[in-house]
Design a binder for this molecule. Structure first.
Ligand code: FES
Length: 170
C-alpha cells in the first residue's frame, strides 16, 4: 500500500516535471521566435544594388569613329571627331537591348524595329530616333576620365546631347 502511494506520488512528480519542462520548452521557443523577429526588425532593410558607374577602360580601346556596345552594362561608348561620348543601349520603347549596325551606320532595336542615329544629321543628334515606336531618343550618359586615365560612365545620369561637357576629349 505504501509502495503504491509512493509510486502514485512518483507518477504525479513525473507528470509535474513533464509539464514544467513542456512549459519551459514552449517559453524557450517563444523567446527564440521573438528574438529572431526583433533581429529582423532592427536589421537595416537595405537593398544593395551594383554601382551605376561603369569603368570602360582606357580611351585607346576605342578607335576613332567606332561604336562599341557594352552588353553587360547596356551602354555604347562612341569615339567621334568631337570626342568620346556614351549613349544608353536600352531602347526607350520597351527596354530591349539595341544593336549597332555598322553596315547601316545606325543603332537598331531588334524587338519592334526602332532605329536611332549615331552621327548628327540635319537638326537631329546622335541618339535621336529615325523610325519605329520608341517614344524618346537614346539618352546620353555622363562620361569622364578618372585619375588613372580610365573612361567612367554613370548610367544613372543623363546629360544634354552635344553639350561640351557631354564629351571627353583626350
Ligand atoms: S523595345 Fe525597341 S522598338 Fe520596342
Amino acid at each position: 500500500m505504501a509502495e503504491e502511494k509512493t509510486s502514485a506520488e512518483g507518477g504525479d512528480l513525473n507528470r509535474r516535471q513533464f509539464f514544467a519542462k513542456l512549459g519551459l520548452g514552449s517559453l524557450g521557443i517563444a523567446a527564440a521566435g521573438t528574438a529572431a523577429f526583433a533581429y529582423q526588425y532592427l536589421e537595416p532593410n537595405v537593398l544593395y544594388e551594383p554601382s551605376p558607374v561603369v569603368n570602360a577602360g582606357k580611351p585607346d580601346r576605342y578607335p576613332l569613329d567606332s561604336v562599341t556596345l557594352d552588353v553587360n552594362n547596356g551602354i555604347y561608348i562612341i569615339h567621334s571627331q568631337e570626342g568620346y561620348f556614351s549613349l544608353s543601349a536600352v531602347c526607350t520603347h520597351l527596354g530591349c537591348l539595341t544593336a549597332w549596325k555598322p553596315e547601316l551606320g545606325i543603332i537598331a532595336c531588334p524587338c519592334h524595329g526602332s532605329k536611332f542615329l549615331v552621327q548628327p544629321e540635319d537638326d537631329k543628334k546622335p541618339g535621336d530616333k529615325i523610325e519605329g515606336p520608341a517614344p524618346k531618343p537614346l539618352p546620353w550618359k555622363r562620361i569622364w576620365l578618372n585619375d588613372d586615365g580610365d573612361l567612367l560612365v554613370d548610367r544613372s545620369t543623363d546629360v544634354p546631347p552635344l553639350a561640351r561637357d557631354s564629351f571627353v576629349k583626350v
